[in-house]
Structures are given as structure tokens and as C-alpha cells.
Design a protein around this ligand. Structure first.
Ligand SMILES: *Cc1c(COP(=O)(O)O)cnc(C)c1O
Length: 368
């Protein structure tokens, strides 16, 4: 591709921690510890401790974390589930596969569900709400939990983009019935393939999710309790994730300092909106650094021509994809975000000089 600055650089990330990853690989291969062994159990314990929940259940993806959460919550045919209009499609797909009707709610300027629009979407059939903590920032969980309690709704957090983020000092994934995690390679904690997890304080939900990932089988007794799935987190991936989880606090600090550099460098550009929303209750971890500008497509081309790899998350809103079957949509903020937003390189592999180069290139574009 010839990019000077990569959006993410998984090879470089691996070389930063190669010794530990290689040691885990050779140990596990040598012992043949592939399925449901100590590395998985250790990672689950460490993840639960990090998030601040009693349980963590390792799964093969964020999608399955959402899907099993909705099953464990008893969501079924005819129920309505509230989902943000701006999120990764899997949030909605999990509810659809549970048999539910997905009711979309627009997002606000911070890319997360507009809490002032939730109550208008609630009907007697509404059973659950899935707040998504997008880009490393939590949804306003005080408002979400108040609305959920008032209307007796289950909250399943799609925390796939916000491991380590917090609201009022409480971590993402510890508010709802469950927190759902993806360790897809380019998430803030990424495996070397697909991976995910559920966190929860609820022992029945933890047990049900643990059985569902093993085709419904209780591995102690051999009894099948449910029609389940095959969606366990590999022991090898768990070992790698456990190593990276130990680096996460310092990696989050690095992301936050890169975000500060972008803020200093881009904050005074009139035609650019940067993702800093002054509110002391939120602790953001910057999974993505998404800026907005009316000149998005021109800026994107200019960055590419100058060797900066960027990403446009979701060129059109997912509800506009005909195959997904949504109708009657009117979500102006989601539409504007799809037209105006562009994600800048944000990863712990970046050097300061590279961040400066991205900033300089953007400033040059707007000087033209
Ligand atoms: C990544 C992601 C998911 C899905 O995770 P997978 O592991 O790819 O299944 C769901 N929701 C959000 C917000 C995500 O970013």
C-alpha cells in the first residue's frame, strides 16, 4: 500500500511484546493445552477483576457475547430491543437473531445513544436496551440505567469498543446485566483472530453463558441443559489476551496522550470537530479517534495521497443496507456522522513524530 503511517500496525504491536507471546505459544503447543485450560480460566478471572464484575466468560466473538446475553436475558419473539442507529451492525443482528424487533434510536454529538430520545421509543413490548459505548467512550449510563429501572428494562452493554473506559469511576461492562466484549484484532484489546467475552455479576447468567458456549453441556456432568452453540474462546487466544491485558493500563495512557496531541494540534481548526466532550464524569479510552468535517472525502483523499492510512467507519448507516430489512428511518445525527466522519490513526504502535505528521498533513489540507 505504501502508507507512511498505518491505521493500525499489528506486526509492530507483536514485535513490541514478542518475547512473552512466543513463550506462551511454545508452552501451549508443547503441552497441547488447546481447549478450556488454565490460560482461559486465568484470563477470565483477570478480565472480571479488571472490569469489576464477579464473572467473565470467554467466547469466540463480540457477536456471540451479545447473542448469548440476550438469550440469557430471556429475549424472545415479539419483544422489542432498543439499539442505537449508529453502531456496528452486530449489535442489531444479535437482537434480530433472538427473534426480537429492533427499535433504533439516534445518537448524539458524542456518537452514543441520545438518552433524551430513548423514552419516546419505549412501548409495552420493549424488553431491553443495548447502549453501545462507541469509540472508547461510554454512553451516559446514569441516564440509561434510570430509564431502564423506571421502565423495567434489561440493559445489555455493548462495550466492545470501550475496555477500560469508565463513567463516574465505574467501568464499562459493569453496569448492565452483562457487558459484551470483542477482542477482534483491532479492538483496544485484540487477539490474533476472533475472540470475545461476557462480564456479569449474575451467577445464573454466567452459568447459562458458560453452558451455551459448549453446546449447552455441563462439562462436569455431561448433561445438556440447552440447545447451545460452539463459541468458546480458544485457550491459546486467551493466553495471548492475558499477556496484553497486563499492558492495557499503560496502552490506554498512551492512547489518551495521543488524543491530547490531536486535540492540541487540531482543536483550533474551525472546520473540524474533534472527539473531546468536556464532561468530567467520562473517562474515555479512544478505541477510535473520529473527527468530523464537511470536507471529509477531500480530506480523506489528501491524507491517503500523503501516506496516512485512515478509516471511514460505515460509509452509510447500517439501516440503509436493504438486506437488513429496516424501514421508516429518520436519524439525522447518524446520517451526518456517516457523511462527515473519518477515523485517524490511533494505536499504541504510533510514534509521536507520526502523530505530528498526521496533524501537520491535516493542517496543510485546511490551509490550502
Ligand atoms: C466489534 C464490535 C462488535 C462485534 O464484535 P465481533 O467480535 O467482531 O463479533 C459489536 N459491537 C461493536 C460496537 C463492535 O465494535
Amino acid at each position: 500500500m505504501g502508507y507512511k503511517i498505518r491505521f493500525v500496525d499489528p506486526g509492530k504491536n507483536y514485535r513490541m511484546i514478542k518475547e512473552e507471546i512466543d513463550a506462551a505459544y511454545f508452552e501451549i503447543m508443547d503441552k497441547g493445552e488447546l481447549i478450556y485450560r488454565s490460560h482461559l480460566k486465568n484470563f477470565e478471572q483477570n478480565l472480571a477483576d479488571f472490569v469489576g464484575t464477579k464473572y467473565a466468560i470467554g467466547l469466540n466473538s463480540g457477536y456471540h457475547a451479545l447473542a448469548l446475553s440476550l438469550l440469557a436475558a430471556g429475549i424472545k419473539e415479539g419483544d422489542e430491543v432498543i439499539v442505537p442507529a449508529h453502531t456496528f451492525v452486530a449489535t442489531a443482528s444479535a437482537a434480530i437473531h433472538a427473534g426480537a424487533k429492533v427499535v433504533l434510536v439516534d445518537v448524539a454529538k458524542d456518537f452514543n445513544i441520545d438518552v433524551d430520545k430513548i423514552e419516546a421509543a419505549i412501548t409495552p413490548r420493549t424488553k431491553a436496551i443495548i447502549p453501545v459505548h462507541l469509540n472508547g467512550r461510554l454512553a451516559n449510563m446514569e441516564a440509561v440505567m434510570n430509564i431502564a429501572n423506571k421502565h423495567n428494562l434489561i440493559v445489555v452493554e455493548d462495550a466492545c469498543q470501550s475496555l477500560g473506559g469508565a463513567f463516574n469511576q465505574k467501568k464499562a461492562g459493569s453496569f448492565g446485566l452483562t457487558g459484551c466484549w470483542s477482542f477482534y484484532p483491532f479492538k483496544i484489546l485484540g487477539a490474533y483472530g476472533d475472540a470475545g467475552a461476557i462480564t456479569t455479576d449474575n451467577p445464573e447468567v454466567a452459568r447459562m453463558a458458560s453452558l451455551l458456549r459448549f453446546n449447552g453441556e455441563d462439562r462436569e456432568t455431561g448433561e445438556y441443559h440447552y440447545h447451545g452453540y460452539t463459541c468458546l474462546l480458544d485457550n491459546m487466544q486467551a493466553a495471548f489476551l492475558d499477556i496484553k491485558l497486563r499492558k492495557l493500563p499503560s496502552w490506554i495512557n498512551r492512547r489518551r496522550s495521543i488524543a491530547e496531541m490531536y486535540k492540541k494540534g487540531l482543536g483550533n481548526l474551525e472546520q473540524v470537530a474533534i472527539p473531546h466532550f468536556e464532561d468530567k464524569r467520562f473517562y474515555d479510552v479512544y478505541q477510535n479517534y473520529v473527527i468530523r468535517t464537511k470536507k471529509r472525502d477531500e480530506l480523506n483523499k489528501f491524507l491517503k495521497d500523503n501516506g496516512v492510512e485512515t478509516l471511514i467507519h460505515w460509509v452509510k448507516p447500517y439501516y440503509r443496507h436493504e438486506g437488513l430489512g429496516f424501514t421508516n428511518f429518520n436519524y439525522p445525527e447518524t446520517e451526518a456522522i456517516s457523511a462527515e466522519s473519518i477515523s485517524l490513526p490511533m494505536n499504541v504502535e504510533l510514534e509521536d513524530s507520526e502523530v505530528e505528521y498526521v496533524i501537520e498533513t491535516i493542517r496543510k489540507f485546511f490551509r490550502k
